[in-house]
Design a protein around this ligand. Structure first.
Ligand code: ATP
Ligand code: MG
Length: 758
């Protein structure tokens, strides 16, 4: 055996080495975060290759993301150097599924060059089918059907496998037929959707034993990372591929952590772990208990938190025996703006002390949280990258909304016009748009003017004429209103009146609630600008930024896309009830939803190697309303002795402090110092207020109501007040919860939740 083999085995502990060397027969590695599961897989591949048990092409290794696949390839290449030929089949379920399906496409009625449909195409196709069946799309939205399809495909069900009962609640039982029609339509188009990449593979394997046998001969070793997040279709696919040998001899190795299962909402089945031992009898189970990633304090925080979950397989996790490290920092800030400012500052401080930006990450619960950080980092000139999604202003819903606003500010913006003329759908098709375009070019006028001309003629059909006349009329109206209505309010009105908000409300795809949140965040962010023009100019500058990958950059991503990754310093902002745990998870899935949120928190905490910073804002805008936020219950679940509550050092004095949801620790609670601060008392008072509207006082001082009461303000004209940003001023007018105040900096309109009596 080549000497190289022992070299890379030396760095492993006994259990890890056992997992690497147990190449024959089924193996389950069940272990907590940072215990080296991924490292075991990589080393195992290297070992199989260098010991000549198999060539690259005979190994199948499944990862959760393409990024993880790339990293594993690099690590394997590094371990084995140029000594072996051929790389393993290494990629996500989908990418490997596509590769296999292309080789046998003709067996399922496709050609090998079939197209993979994106979501938009898929929806368009479903709409056509609904129309053909005379199904009212308003009543039975295409997105809802797409969700059904997704669910069935995740469970490995072909049209003939779906039981009628499951079909009953869509379009009066027509769903199964629609599913079959949909598959037929895809075949006609020589296309497959994402779910098909595995489902059709499964079909090929089942219908064509000779093909399956070919893969049995080919894949002598199979490995799967993040197994806890596999769904039924993925499980079936794996099991079919592993059947080449008696189950007790299959060389399949899966690694996972039930505590990190965070895709239940997408059909992942933690039970797959339990099923593994049943389906592969005699499977060897190895537990890794030493965490090599995080300091003792970080690990204590994570272990303590996850212990609150009831449904667990149960594992022990110990540190490497190394340093306790810094305590877990918990900072309470006034709002998300201060949160971004404070984190930006800490990043700059760390950078000055020689830490690289690449070693730092901000992990958010919801993508709308990213905007504040992006803005702040642009202001500071800090390099950042958004992983697993576009930057905030590049998101589709944001670009659409901006197109409306641009067109109000500048009616000659033809690109904006083209973008939204049929969004939401108004029955203005490509043909009509071409007529508009040609007219505009011919007459040398902007498209909006071309519309004005055309609606006076007979060139368009009456229906389109009236639609376009209505649209142009709306824009005239909005432009008129823009002179009197504050621009952020106008923006909200435009989104609502144009039908754009409704378009996403009707949309049943899993990402539409997130899009609606992003739109709210956009409107909110506009408040900070003097005018619509000022806002749009800012956006133009922000968007113009060179999007080339910076060498050294802070990573911003959602907790979901952070799985498997690690960073020296991790910031976890927004630890507030309703945001984290997310209200939607609680509403839709109750206790199970809460436990999945807690696993997500566990994933977040365990990404950190050396430094962990949590923050909680005292005020957050949720569903368009400022609310006094309640600190996340997850904060209560961290052990007091590893937590350090940080002073934000903010210019807002006492407001920089915060509080906690409940006082579990009677003595020596690091949060004790917080309870008496004005910020905490205020938050409490506002909560009390929401339950029983009415003026509330703290130490004889009247406290502003939370705005969602919507019943006027506790201030009077002439009152002297203190605002967080603008300092002291005098109230000159009151309009609901909005006050006009003369500050030193001039007259400003502010929300009452941002001021207190001076
Ligand atoms: P996760 O559950 O988060 O995916 P994991 O179990 O896959 O974590 P790895 O990412 O493989 O853990 O390892 C975590 C860190 O510990 C990595 O930096 C890895 O290089 C290091 N590590 C793993 N095993 C050892 C070891 N025996 N000696 C030193 N470092 C190790
Ligand atoms: Mg891993």
């Amino acid at each position: 055996r080549p000497a190289a083999d022992s070299a890379f085995l030396q760095g492993l502990n006994a259990e890890q080495r056992d997992a690497v060397l147990s190449t024959e027969g089924p193996l389950l590695v069940l272990a907590g975060a940072g215990t080296g599961k991924t490292r075991v897989l990589t080393t195992r591949i290297a070992h199989i290759l260098t010991s000549r048990r198999a060539r690259g092409g005979e190994i199948l290794s499944v990862t959760f993301t393409n990024k993880a696949a790339r990293e594993m390839k690099e690590r394997i290449a590094h371990l084995v150097g140029a000594t072996v030929e051929g790389m393993p089949w290494l990629g996500t379920f989908h990418s490997i599924g596509a590769r296999i399906l292309r080789r046998h496409a003709e067996l399922v009625g496709l050609r090998s060059d079939f197209t993979i449909l994106d979501t938009d195409d898929q929806i368009r196709l479903i709409k056509q089918l609904l129309e053909a069946e005379n199904i009212d799309e308003k009543r039975w939205p295409a997105r809802q059907f797409a969700g059904l399809l997704d669910g069935w495909k995740n469970r490995g069900l072909m049209p003939s496998d779906v039981v009628p009962a499951e079909s009953a609640f869509f379009a009066n039982g027509k769903a199964i037929k629609l599913y079959a029609d949909y598959q037929q339509r895809l075949r006609d188009l020589n296309a497959a959707d994402f779910g098909d990449l595995l489902l059709l593979c499964i079909d090929v394997f089942r219908q064509h034993p000779d093909v399956l046998a070919e893969y049995h001969r080919r894949f002598r070793y199979m490995l799967v990372d993040e197994y806890q997040d596999s769904n039924i279709a993925q499980y079936l696919w794996l099991r079919l591929l592993a059947q080449g040998k008696p189950a007790s001899e299959a060389n399949i190795c899966v690694v996972g952590d039930d505590d990190q299962s965070i895709y239940g909402w997408r059909g992942a089945e933690v039970d797959n772990i339990l099923r593994f031992e049943k389906d592969f009898p005699g499977a060897k189970v190895i537990r890794l208990e030493r965490n090599y990633r995080s300091t003792a304090n970080i690990l204590a925080a994570a272990s303590h938190l996850i212990a609150n979950n009831e449904s667990r397989l149960g594992k022990t996790l110990q540190t490497d025996g190394g340093v306790a490290g810094e305590k877990v920092g918990v900072t309470s800030v006034w709002d998300s703006e201060e949160e971004a400012r404070q984190i930006g500052q800490e990043i700059e401080d760390l950078q000055r002390r020689g830490e690289s930006l690449n070693s730092m990450a901000i992990l958010v619960r919801a993508s709308f949280q990213m905007r504040e950080f992006e803005e702040r980092f642009i202001t500071l000139g800090l390099n950042y990258r958004v992983i697993g999604g576009p930057r905030f202003y590049e998101r589709r819903e944001i670009r659409d909304a901006l197109a409306y606003l641009r067109l109000i500010a500048n009616p000659t913006d033809d690109l904006a016009f083209e973008r939204i003329v049929n969004v939401p759908k108004r029955g203005i098709g490509d043909t009509t748009i071409k007529v508009l375009f040609d007219t505009a070019r011919h007459q040398k006028v902007p498209m909006v003017n071309a519309v004005r001309m055309l609606v006076e003629t007979e060139e368009l059909k009456p229906k389109q004429r009236s639609t376009l006349r209505g649209l142009v009329g709306q824009f005239d109206d909005w432009a008129e209103r823009s002179r009197s209505v504050p621009h952020h309010e106008l923006a909200q009105q435009v989104l609502d009146e144009s039908g754009y908000t409704e378009m996403w409300q009707q949309d049943k795809s899993p990402d539409s609630p997130g899009r609606l949140e992003n739109l709210k965040e956009l409107v909110r962010s506009m408040e900070e600008f003097e005018s619509l023009g000022g806002f749009l100019e800012h956006i133009a500058l922000v968007m113009d930024r060179d999007s080339g990958e910076a060498e050294d950059a802070v990573s911003i991503m959602t907790l979901h896309s952070a799985k498997g990754l690690e960073f020296d310093t991790v910031f976890l902002p927004g630890w507030e009830e309703g945001l984290f745990p997310h209200q939607r998870a609680l509403d839709e899935s109750g206790r199970a939803g809460l436990e999945e949120e807690r696993r997500l928190a566990y994933v977040g905490l365990t990404r950190a190697k050396r430094r962990l910073r949590l923050s909680v804002a005292q005020n957050r805008r949720i569903h368009g309303l400022w609310q006094a936020a309640i600190p996340s219950r997850f904060l209560d679940e961290l052990p007091a002795d590893v937590v350090e509550v940080k002073d934000t050092g903010s210019a807002y004095g006492g407001y920089g402090y915060g509080g906690r949801a409940a006082n579990r620790f009677s003595t020596a609670d690091p949060f004790d110092s917080l309870y008496e601060t004005p910020g905490w008392q205020r938050a409490k008072a506002q909560q009390a207020n929401r339950r029983s509207p009415g003026p509330t006082t703290i130490d004889g001082e009247l406290v502003a109501r939370s705005v969602d009461l919507g019943s006027g303000s506790a201030y009077r004209v002439g009152d002297t007040v203190v605002h967080l940003k603008f300092g002291s001023g005098v109230v000159v007018a009151i309009e609901g919860n909005k006050l006009s105040i003369d500050f030193e900096a001039g007259r400003k309109k502010v929300l009452d939740s941002f001021i207190r009596k001076g």
